[in-house]
Write a protein that binds this ligand. Structure first.
Ligand SMILES: NC(=O)c1ccc[n+]([C@@H]2O[C@H](COP(=O)([O-])OP(=O)(O)OC[C@H]3O[C@@H](n4cnc5c(N)ncnc54)[C@H](O)[C@@H]3O)[C@@H](O)[C@H]2O)c1
Ligand SMILES: [Zn+2]
Ligand SMILES: [Zn+2]
Length: 366
């Protein structure tokens, strides 16, 4: 029987989100219904609400989630009922041209549930990043579930499902940071601080945190940043050069995603240095750079989707590092909120008060 549960829906561009009754079908072949336990509020959810990703409203928001497998459809072997899982938006197909060439982290045809979750009147919902987990329950493809230690706090574990993985992976996989590199991270929210921690873990000699918000800079220091730059009052490019012997960092990670921050990253890095764009630009953003500077500066500009991660490889690794005290995953959880507080959490995010608000679903431990 299809189930009616609560879900947080963005119906119209820019309008506040609302908690509505949504209908979750029984899992079909290869599908799984997951009882959500916790789901982080990522800036990308806000981009969806504001029409910055696409116009496929209504959206069922939420995509940084941990939960428990409730039921499985025909032929499901990857997970079983009662497994503790973190949801992912990169269930690789194994068959597209990227997968066939041995680069599955670029998979161009990732798996999602085939059936739609709907509003009560039958209107199909577009789940954010193919997940839609600001809900009591959600329907996903079996390969969107990565099994993790059931003892891991779901509020923290769920964050690996997007922002933390994206930031960590931008440093460790996309850049990639090597021992002795100097690294700067522009924008130290959940994604940026994970990049700070990843860069440190990968052996960076210097990790410079850049933000407009003093509290964010303090938190970034807690994740291992060796220096900070206040982008509100300092000349970012000049300071980054000054802090790196006059040359600029080897790698600059832009975890904001505006033309202005990208330009800072592009200009500040050392000759032959690398820019990694992990912040998501809005569709109107246009960048103008003299081509001679692209040529003359050398190096690389890269985009990082989901930190070029492979969930089955990387999620259990991050949980293990966390449990071993080598990666402070739980420190990304600033506050725990209820399902009907997502709109408020967007405001808190914009005000700079959190790394992550995490929605706890009733009945989950908090
Ligand atoms: N590429 C991916 O796969 C991926 C995954 C998740 C999130 N994202 C994107 O990453 C970005 C960051 O996400 P988040 O959840 O950490 O957001 P967030 O809102 O928590 O953090 C953004 C940070 O940037 C800072 N900031 C804003 N303008 C700045 C400026 N001009 N200079 C320096 N700092 C500035 C803010 O103070 C804040 O600390 C968003 O665009 C989000 O959509 C990308
Ligand atoms: Zn593929
Ligand atoms: Zn996200």
């Amino acid at each position: 029987m299809p189930q009616s549960v609560r879900g947080v829906v963005a119906r119209t561009k820019g309008e506040p989100v609302t908690t509505l009754t949504i209908v979750v079908p029984d899992p079909g072949p290869g599908e799984v219904v997951v009882a959500v336990r916790a789901c982080g509020v990522c800036h990308t959810d806000l981009h969806y609400r504001d029409g910055g990703i696409n116009d496929d409203f209504p959206f069922l928001l939420g995509h940084e989630a941990a939960g428990t497998v409730e039921s499985v459809g025909e032929g499901v072997t990857h997970v079983a009922v009662d497994d503790a899982v973190v949801l992912n938006w990169r269930a690789v197909c194994g068959e597209c041209r990227a997968c066939r060439r041995g680069r599955p982290w670029y998979c161009f045809d990732t798996h999602n549930a085939a059936q739609a979750m709907t509003l009560e009147d039958g209107t199909p919902l577009t789940p954010a990043l193919g997940i839609g987990a600001f809900a009591d329950k959600t329907l996903v493809h079996e390969l969107q579930c990565t099994k993790v230690d059931p003892d891991a706090d779901p509020a923290a574990a769920g964050l690996i499902g997007c922002g933390v993985m994206a930031g960590w992976g931008a440093a460790v996989n996309t850049a990639p940071v090597r021992v002795g590199d100097t690294v700067a991270v522009i924008g130290c929210g959940g994604v940026g601080d994970a990049a700070v921690a990843g860069a440190l873990f990968a052996g960076a000699r210097q990790v410079i945190a850049v933000d407009t918000d003093a509290t964010k800079l303090e938190w970034a220091t807690g994740f291992g940043a060796t220096h900070t730059v206040d982008a509100g009052s300092e000349d970012v490019v000049a300071r980054l050069r000054e802090l790196t012997g006059g040359f600029g960092p080897d790698i600059v990670i832009d975890a904001v995603g505006t033309p202005a921050t990208f330009r800072q990253a592009f200009d500040a890095r050392d000759l032959a240095g690398t820019v990694v764009l992990v912040g998501v630009p809005n569709p109107e953003a246009v960048l103008e750079i003299p081509l001679i500077e692209v040529f003359g500066h050398g190096g690389a500009t890269k985009s990082s989707w989901y930190g070029d991660c492979l969930p089955e490889r990387d999620f259990p690794l991050l949980v293990e590092l966390w449990q071993a005290g080598r990666f402070p995953l739980d420190r990304f959880v600033t506050e725990r909120v209820a399902l009907d507080e997502v709109e408020q959490a967007f405001t808190t995010m914009q005000d700079g008060g959190v790394l992550r608000s995490v929605v706890m679903i009733d009945g989950a431990s908090s």
